[in-house]
Design a binder for this molecule. Structure first.
Ligand SMILES: Nc1nc2c(c(=O)[nH]1)N[C@H]1C(S)=C(S)[C@@H](COP(=O)(O)OP(=O)(O)OC[C@H]3O[C@@H](n4cnc5c(=O)[nH]c(N)nc54)[C@H](O)[C@@H]3O)O[C@H]1N2
Ligand SMILES: Nc1nc2c(c(=O)[nH]1)N[C@H]1C(S)=C(S)[C@@H](COP(=O)(O)OP(=O)(O)OC[C@H]3O[C@@H](n4cnc5c(=O)[nH]c(N)nc54)[C@H](O)[C@@H]3O)O[C@H]1N2
Ligand code: SF4
Ligand SMILES: [Mo]
Length: 701
């Protein structure tokens, strides 16, 4: 345990890491009131990325750890599926029931009828990914995690050939920071810390591209409010000006890019006027934005996930990532781009995931969980129906697209579901067996920062409440009961952590515990791609090889209508178009004090977010004959939900925003926001098109 007692105060503090699915992975200091109780949580001042700043929801984490509704005991279902009626049982009974169901499924339908399903509710390498040991050793079906990254990563990879970029701390040395399609004020507050330093010390400017006036855009000097799904057009309009007005760095282009002449020709007709027509912001603003980029060598593109959550998201991501390659911003300190640094870690997961035991089992698309469970043959990929599941760190009945189908699937009487959770979530309500899980302060794990460059240690600081047990415990106990044997089950959790560190060429766990974190930031030339980009030819690719990107990024290879994806950046019209029947465009953006479906149970967050709402332009509201606070019905091709109107003039007419994932029951009829979103697989590799919805809006009286 890593605990110290700061001088002059009587409260012990422990060091930890925020485990949630956020690129910041903040280094934390946690007040320890006694062996079971925490006080305040703060950001570590001595971590050069966190710099003492964390978001409000984690600062009041005591609300979540000590929440009266935490799951404390194993339970089994006694009511209908989805009703959430359970009775308490012992751990042994719960594990025996689960193991028996898995063995039965295997005997009747083969091992691939068992589908362990997990995601990033915790980002700890052991607790999140350790489930793969059971999957691989038993030959169960595996999952391709598409909901978050499957659109943006292939888009970024298509250009750079690597999911990595410039050290985010270099933003402090930038003169222009462009936050494109992300909202760090809500989603990773530390970006704003580094932006703040650049503004204070260098007078740097902040630009923001979004579809509504977010907290981030409110702080920006340059605001580009565009129509949803039109980032490719805006990027092309900008790049047209860069070539036309002499801002293209031809020496850089010739050395570092695949086909600059081809790119210039591709952009010839994509004038600012053409772009303005599509994205809705005036050509003069596009020209001014391009000139600023052209005149500012130290331009840092902080590229978010949000704008890629559409059916044309991968193409738009690629288009945006092309901009710094035209000006050569990559050459300069404080210049270039960062989308995610996940590609720098290069873990060797052989033991932690028992990868040597993998026998190329069936892989199924996480986002298609509804179709998989409903038995869609294409999604089952020629294999058996799914008869049993173990779910850890994810809440698909809330977060997965096309919720109606997801619920239909989980309601199947012949499906056995074991959910390991901290709360009775929307998914937990469908469990046959429900197991209580520890929180990060109650177990050991290591974490990596997707938006920076640290590997961090989060050791156990307090005792778990009730009978809560860790994911690692559950995997081992199930493995034993279903006869899974592998050397990884002979090693303790911390031995597996030590193994993955050393096997990946890092110092071991003892050293990590002592240092709290390792900063593995690649050197300047590597991070800025000055030794070449990640593709075999070392070049940045203006002409995207979508098949290659899908192959590199996707466990299922190409998904979706890849033949339609244009190789050159442009405006790829694959997103849902508003029309007479569905006249509005809806994005379901993250709420500041929820994190996906997490924190929607804490009183502080619920009070701030108030209720499931729809941000709508006052003129659009007036046209409906409605006003602020009105009950609205909102419908897409997938289904219908009820939301309360919030008049908001920081968006274009015709665009509506629903922030946050409320528990389904907070909505009328229990129909959560993902009732509206679609699970069709966008090209080139699938993914959650959460912000790409054509909808109608009507008053509900
Ligand atoms: N409408 C809409 N839907 C979205 C999005 C959107 O923008 N709009 N965003 C999408 C994105 S980007 C993502 S990544 C997904 C996220 O979807 P999820 O990964 O499902 O969401 P989380 O809320 O982060 O985590 C899920 C659960 O993990 C549990 N958990 C946390 N730690 C542990 C642990 O140690 N053990 C166990 N057993 N459980 C644990 C939490 O209690 C929580 O209920 O949602 C997607 N869904
Ligand atoms: N508070 C909080 N923090 C979070 C999360 C959360 O739910 N709440 N989720 C976490 C997770 S899992 C992830 S992946 C990250 C995601 O964090 P971000 O990278 O910030 O991505 P999103 O939040 O999905 O969307 C960011 C912005 O993109 C905008 N957007 C939507 N469509 C378009 C478009 O077509 N063009 C443009 N330019 N913008 C568009 C949205 O309105 C939103 O403001 O955040 C993490 N952090
Ligand atoms: S949710 Fe993100 S910003 Fe908040 S403490 Fe965790 S890592 Fe930091
Ligand atoms: Mo995500």
């Amino acid at each position: 345990m890593n605990i110290h007692q700061p001088s002059g105060r009587n409260i012990k503090t422990g060091r930890s890491v925020c485990p949630h699915d956020c690129p910041s992975a903040c280094a934390l200091e946690v007040e320890l009131l006694d062996e079971r109780t925490i006080g305040r949580v703060r950001g570590a001042k001595d971590n050069s990325y966190t710099r003492g700043v964390i978001c409000e929801k984690v600062a009041r984490y005591s609300e979540r750890v000590h929440h009266p509704e935490r799951l404390l005991h194993p339970m089994k279902r006694v009511g209908p599926k989805g009703a959430g009626q359970f009775e308490r049982i012992s751990w042994d009974e719960a594990l025996d029931l689960t193991a028996a169901a898995f063995l039965k499924a295997e005997a009747e339908h083969g091992a691939e009828s068992v589908w362990p399903y997990y995601y990033a509710g915790t980002m700890g390498l052991l607790m999140r990914d350790g489930i793969e040991r059971l999957t691989n050793v038993k030959g169960y079906s595996t999952m391709y995690g598409t909901v978050c990254i499957a659109l943006s990563w292939p888009g970024f990879f298509a250009g750079t050939g690597r999911i990595a970029g410039v050290d985010p701390r270099e933003m402090q040395k930038s003169d222009l920071i462009i936050v494109w399609g992300g909202n760090p004020v809500n989603t990773q507050v530390n970006v704003m810390t580094h932006v703040g330093i650049a503004r204070k010390e260098r007078g740097a400017k902040l630009a923001c591209v979004d579809i509504y006036e977010t907290g981030t855009m409110k702080q920006a000097d340059i605001k580009l409010l565009i129509r949803p799904g039109t980032d490719g057009a805006l990027a092309c309009g900008v790049m047209h000006v860069l070539f036309r007005d002499g801002y293209a760095d031809w020496d850089y282009l010739r050395q570092y890019t695949d086909d600059p002449e081809g790119m210039e020709a591709n952009l010839a007709e994509k004038t600012p006027e053409w772009a303005a027509e599509i994205c809705g912001c005036p050509a003069s603003e596009i020209v001014a934005f391009a000139e600023l980029i052209g005149q500012t060598p130290r331009s840092f593109f902080r590229i978010g996930y949000g704008f890629a959550r559409g059916r044309n998201g991968a193409a738009n991501m690629h288009a945006v990532s092309c901009i710094p390659a035209i000006t050569g911003a990559w050459k300069h300190e404080g210049g270039g781009a960062l989308h995610s640094n996940s590609g720098i870690y290069k873990w060797n997961r052989r033991l932690l995931e028992a990868q040597d035991a993998n026998r190329r089992q069936r892989v199924m698309d996480q986002a298609r969980v509804g179709e998989v469970l409903c038995g869609n043959p294409q999604d089952l990929r020629g294999g058996p129906k799914v008869a049993a599941m173990l779910i850890q760190n994810t809440n698909p009945v809330s977060i997965a697209p096309d919720q109606t189908r997801v619920k239909e699937g989980f309601a199947r009487e012949d499906l056995f579901v074991c959910v390991h959770e901290q709360f009775i979530t929307d998914t937990a309500k469908y469990a046959d067996v429900l197991l209580p899980a520890t929180m990060f302060l109650e177990h050991d794990d290591i974490y990596q920062g997707g938006g920076h460059s640290h590997i961090l240690w989060g050791g156990k600081l307090i005792e778990p409440p009730g009978e809560a047990r860790s994911n690692d415990f559950v995997i081992r106990e199930l493995a034993r009961r279903v006869g899974a044997r592998h050397e990884s089950f002979e090693r303790s959790g911390n031995e597996l952590i030590d193994d993955i560190l050393r096997r990946s060429g890092r110092k071991g766990l003892d050293q990590l515990e002592e240092e709290n974190w390792f900063d593995i930031q690649p050197d300047f030339a590597t991070a800025h791609f000055l030794k070449g980009f990640g593709h075999a030819d070392g070049k940045f690719h203006f002409r995207a090889d979508w098949k290659g990107a899908a192959k590199a990024m996707s466990k299922m290879g190409v998904l979706g209508p890849i033949e339609n994806l244009p190789a050159w950046p442009g405006h790829y019209e694959a997103h849902e178009q508003a029309d007479a029947a569905y006249p509005f465009r809806l994005a379901t953006s993250p709420a500041r004090t929820f994190l996906n479906s997490t924190f929607n149970e804490t009183p502080g967050s619920r009070a701030r977010e108030v209720r499931p709402s729809l941000l709508m332009h006052p003129d659009d509201l007036a046209a409906l004959g409605a006003s602020d606070g009105a009950r609205l019905r909102v419908g897409s091709r997938r289904g219908e939900v009820v939301l309360h109107a919030k008049a908001f003039d920081g968006l274009r007419r015709g665009v509506v925003i629903a922030e946050g994932l409320w528990p389904n029951e907070a909505h009328e009829g229990g129909r959560g926001i993902n009732t509206l979103t679609g699970a069709d697989q966008p090209a080139p590799a699938g993914g959650g098109a959460y912000h790409d919805n054509a909808v109608w809006v009507k008053t509900a009286g």
